[in-house]
Design a protein around this ligand. Structure first.
Ligand code: CO8
Length: 261
């Protein structure tokens, strides 16, 4: 357990909690160092985790963005380095070969919204607020906001939200497809996220990781290139013990039991 990022694991599901509630879990350079260490560990082959929940400590915020106070004195070079740190975290999150759900209770602004969008999908509570307010600070989103928001909500809505810096509530986030589900409170949200991850856990981990890789790889590729990635993924399932077990179990009319990796 670290000071700024807490990690707890139950039944193969790890919960990462950004833990700076007095600063609404704002993302500092030190926090990125801790988070990177944990994400690198989760990536190691054979690490016994099959799903991740990313959430924020306290009642008010998931993450209220990058640490604005830390940015005040940064030179352009330091700013670029901070941006690179944040992008590395979003890329590590996106590349984890297991499902990752962002659970948003409160503010997910700027870098907070960007970290949530680097997860596979987002659940939130009725109190959640999302936004990319960077333009109001004379900044641009730089942990993937300009890149990932349009993937969730389409280019027109993303442009409107980014150019105005407008905050949206949970209902609007659900309507435009930024979040998958809205819950009355954090306990219900976290219970549902754990439940979904346990459902994923009973499926083939090899197949899930290949699906995730294929979906991520489809961005920025032509349809033909993306279909090639999909075909290769399918081929790779034929090299796996999971495919042998899954297909055999169907033929034998019994539930598949996939090996744990
Ligand atoms: N950074 C640093 N501290 C923060 C941040 C933040 N992003 N957000 C809140 N805090 C701190 C406040 O300063 C305050 O600290 P203190 O008690 O010591 O004064 C504490 O958290 C509580 O905040 P408030 O008193 O402001 O709480 P309110 O309920 O009144 O307001 C808001 C909540 C609306 C969320 C308000 O805090 C706010 O607007 N926060 C900033 C939101 C924002 O603009 N986020 C985007 C930041 S930029 C970004 O994330 C883009 C990444 C760009 C990276 C660039 C790399 C160089």
């Amino acid at each position: 357990m670290t000071a700024l990022t807490q990690q707890t694991s139950v039944n193969g599901v790890t919960t990462l909690t950004i833990n700076r509630p007095d600063k609404l879990n704002a993302l500092s350079p030190a926090l990125f160092v801790e988070l990177k260490e944990i994400l690198l560990r989760l990536q190691e082959p054979g690490f016994p985790v099959r799903g991740v929940i990313l959430t924020g400590a306290g009642e008010k915020a998931f993450i209220a963005g990058a640490d604005i106070a830390a940015m005040q004195q940064m030179s352009p070079e330091e700013g670029e380095q901070f941006a690179a740190q944040g992008q590395e975290i979003t890329e590590l999150l996106e590349a984890l070969p297991i499902p990752v759900i962002a659970c948003v209770n409160g503010y997910a602004l700027g870098g907070g919204c960007e970290l949530a969008m680097a997860c596979d999908f987002i659940y939130c509570t009725e109190r959640a607020q999302f936004g990319q307010p960077e333009v109001s600070l004379g900044l641009t989103p730089c942990f993937g906001g300009c890149v990932r928001l349009s993937r969730f909500v389409g280019a027109g809505r993303a442009r409107e939200l980014i150019y105005t810096g407008r905050r949206i509530d949970a209902g609007e986030a659900l309507r435009i497809g930024l979040v998958n589900r809205v819950f009355s409170d954090a306990d219900a949200m976290l219970a549902a996220a754990r439940d979904i991850l346990l459902q994923c856990k009973s499926q083939s981990p090899v197949a899930i990781s290949l699906c995730k890789h294929t979906i991520n790889a489809s961005y920025g590729r032509t349809t033909a290139e993306a279909l090639e990635v999909e075909k290769n993924a399918f081929r790779r399932t034929f090299e796996s013990a999971d495919k042998q077990e899954g297909v055999k179990a169907f033929v034998e009319k019994r539930p598949a039991v996939f090996p744990a990796y």
